[in-house]
Design a protein around this ligand. Structure first.
Ligand code: NDP
Length: 285
């Protein structure tokens, strides 16, 4: 029977969802690769998550992204978890596998690590992670799995920071240490990678992290999770110091490209995805 009029369906469940630009990025890649696939951005309330997942199963969706506030709650509705999603305890991508099982993955940290791997050899390195929320958990676990040997977590809240440090020490072979962020931060000598996963800079490009910029030097690779606007104060300062920098838009593209490959088996053109995001976010020159 011809499938000429039947699309493969993917999408996103989140709330609020109106500001989430992922649909533009993924659909641009489907068009670019000539795939008869669709990505539908769905606003799903927490009380409706179970029904939404059942609906996706009933309609034969290939998979979906989960964003706030469903990244943890979705797990109970799935058939299994990929190893890193299991350690992180959160899912941002669900994939229907060949056996028809729905498996939770987490591509947030993988997108970071892929971007870092393109500019630095990670095994044996030391990373300094600013923040200890959901993004920090994903990044820290993937850095540890990629062979980073020491991870320093710097956070204002000690409870959050110590919980992440325990997770890394108990579930991975990296050594993690917590440092309270209660004074201007001195970046320790020997740091190979500095990653900002705080929300400082989101929608506010001039907001500044509390860092002694004299302790940032050109040998450190700097990655900032903030996707919009991508030229944060941190990225600009690090560039001016001669550091290699990775911006949050690139990381957003990477995590989307990994989900795209998990769903379609196709290596997405990341340039097309980034351009689509820049266009809808008003960043295209
Ligand atoms: P969470 O709310 O879980 O965590 C926020 C973190 O930021 C906490 O550690 C919090 O510290 C810290 N923080 C907030 N304000 C400040 C401040 N003024 N000074 C120092 N620390 C501060 O958020 P997520 O981890 O889910 O997301 C964090 C950021 O990462 C968001 O901006 C999000 O857009 C971005 N992100 C980007 C992705 C990408 O693909 N580019 C993917 C996922 C996330 P405390 O615990 O002390 O409150």
């Amino acid at each position: 029977m011809s499938a000429q009029f039947l699309h493969q369906i993917t999408g996103s469940f989140s709330q609020p969802s109106g500001e989430n630009p992922t649909v533009a990025m993924v659909e641009a890649a489907y068009r670019h690769h000539g795939l008869p696939w669709r990505y539908i951005n769905c606003d799903v309330a927490p009380a409706d998550l179970a029904a939404a997942v059942s609906g996706a199963r009933a309609m034969g969706w290939v998979g979906f992204n989960c964003s706030m506030p469903h990244k943890v709650a979705v797990i109970q509705h799935l058939d299994g978890l990929a190893p890193s999603a299991q350690i992180i305890g959160a899912v941002n991508t669900v994939v229907r596998n060949a056996a028809g099982k729905w498996i939770g993955e987490n591509t947030d940290g993988k997108g970071f690590v892929q971007a870092l791997r393109e500019v630095i050899d990670l095994p044996g390195k030391t990373a300094l992670i600013l923040g200890a929320g959901g993004a920090a958990r994903a990044v820290a676990v993937e850095l540890a799995l990629a062979g980073v040997t020491r991870i320093d977590v710097v956070n204002r809240s000690a409870t959050q920071g110590e919980s992440l440090v325990s997770l890394i020490n108990e579930r991975t072979s990296a050594q993690a240490h917590f440092r309270a962020w209660d004074a201007v931060l001195q970046i320790p000598p020997g740091t190979g990678v500095l990653v900002n996963t705080t929300s400082v800079g989101l929608g506010a490009p001039d907001d500044e992290l509390s860092i002694d910029w004299g302790s940032l030097h050109a040998g450190i690779v700097v990655a900032d999770a903030i996707p919009n606007p991508p030229r944060t104060h941190l990225v600009r300062t690090a560039k001016a110091k001669g550091c290699i920098t990775i911006d949050g838009l690139g990381i957003l593209v990477n995590q989307g490209a990994i989900a795209f490959r998990l769903w379609t088996g196709v290596e997405a053109n990341r340039g097309v995805m980034r351009w689509a995001l820049e266009r809808v976010l008003g960043l295209a020159g």
